[in-house]
Design a protein around this ligand. Structure first.
Ligand SMILES: Cc1ncc(COP(=O)(O)O)c(C=O)c1O
Length: 391
């Protein structure tokens, strides 16, 4: 049976004016055969957000809730987020330990600035979410890339251990579910991370923005909930922005799982919290509380898109169907092109993906699966044709 998302055509998306469909990445306008471009790069979904989220934003407009953030709204958000995390992931967080931020990037910036020694480097498993490669440098910190093991993607714990020892880094950025590889880390992997971090007296920034988006019966495991040691050395950041598709509403959450960090945040978190948008807080509260059925429907739809990707042969391209997130990693190194595979597919198929080089994974491509299935089918068909035409 057709799903309402199936009707979201490329033309309608372009008319909507989003970055994903009209941004500078799409400036060519058409591929080599004159076909319109399909936006499959930035991590947002083409699906309209949940009814309760839209209603919360409408109510903000109707009642002029555009003022500064009231303590009561922050408390409601914390309660809603805590209840969602307890129900979905089995982590009982005291709501007082959940604080609002505009976004996860702000949480990372604040963590680097206030929870690590000035000048200390930052460790980042790669490939990685693109801004993580550059933001530490903007704060005057060295970003130390720790390449992941491949086939399948996994954290390279020996390399992580070495990197802590040789770089003097204090902070590990641990993204799980992982963008861009789609990995959902196992309990064993998380325990191994804790052992390495503890060996070096390090800290973890746990980026769990994609936590609600997992498949195949896998459940997200909050890193800070895995042990007392992990709770003590971790600042967790999350948001309703990926799962309910509301990144422009500017509301994320920081979860402080140690007393000392909660005190430190109380002393230093003001600036980080200040940019949080009131409508974003109210919308996120609605998402966590009343948006769960919508989320389950989206997960089922995304699962169908995963199946389509799995079932579409792209000769020469090694496809990683994501365990979590709606981002698939396509390894095009086997194509032996004399240009980035992402550039080839943008020109020859009109499918605009994130170039893996931007994630420190040259030769790879990050394909956003969160689009109407007929549009995804066309994208994959065009890609297969482009490969075929190469002979
Ligand atoms: C893993 C990961 N972390 C952080 C972000 C950025 O989130 P925010 O918009 O809340 O800063 C994204 C956005 O795609 C992401 O995928």
């Amino acid at each position: 049976m057709a799903h309402p998302f199936d009707a979201l055509t490329a033309e309608a998306m372009r008319a909507g004016g989003s970055w994903k469909w009209t941004g500078r990445e799409m400036v060519a306008g058409a591929d080599a055969r004159g076909r319109g471009l399909i936006g499959a790069f930035v991590a947002e979904m083409d699906f309209p957000t949940a009814g309760p989220v839209a209603a919360a934003v409408r109510e903000c407009a109707d009642t002029s809730r555009f003022g500064y953030l009231a303590d009561g709204w922050v408390a409601d958000l914390a309660e809603a987020c805590a209840a969602f995390w307890a129900d979905r992931f089995g982590w009982a967080i005291e709501p007082e330990r959940i604080r609002p931020v505009p976004d996860v990037m702000t949480a990372l910036t604040a963590t680097i600035e206030h929870f690590t020694t000035p000048g200390s480097p930052v460790l980042l498993p790669t490939p990685a979410y693109m801004p993580f490669l550059t933001v530490p440098g903007m704060l005057g910190r060295e970003m130390v890339s720790v390449p992941m093991a491949r086939d399948p993607f996994a954290l390279d714990l020996d390399a992580l251990d070495d990197a802590f020892r040789t770089s003097g880094a204090e902070l590990l950025v641990l993204t799980n579910p992982h963008n861009p590889t789609g990995r959902v880390l196992t309990a064993e992997e998380l325990a191994d991370v804790t052992a390495v971090v503890e060996r070096h007296g390090g800290r973890v920034f746990a980026d769990e923005i994609h936590a609600p988006i997992t498949f195949d019966g896998l459940r997200h495991r909050p890193y800070a909930a895995t042990s007392a040691a992990a709770a003590a050395h971790t600042v967790t950041a999350t948001s309703a922005s990926k799962a309910w598709n509301l990144p422009g509403l500017k509301c994320g959450q920081v979860i402080l799982s140690s007393d000392a960090d909660a005190r430190r945040w109380a002393d230093h978190g003001y600036l980080a919290e200040h940019g949080t948008a009131t409508p974003g807080v109210l919308a996120s509260t609605a998402a966590y509380t009343h948006g769960r059925d919508w989320l389950d429907d989206v997960l089922a739809y995304l699962d169908g898109n995963r199946a389509l990707l799995r079932d579409t042969p792209l000769p020469g391209v090694a496809t990683t169907v994501p365990e979590g997130t709606y981002l698939a990693w396509l390894d095009g190194r086997g194509l032996d092109l004399d240009e980035p595979p992402a550039a080839f597919f943008a020109r020859e198929a009109g499918v605009v993906m994130t170039d893996g080089a931007a994630c420190a994974g040259p030769g790879g491509m990050r394909l956003n699966l969160a689009m109407a299935r007929p549009v995804l089918a066309e994208a994959l068909e065009r890609m297969a044709e482009a490969l075929d035409a190469r002979g």
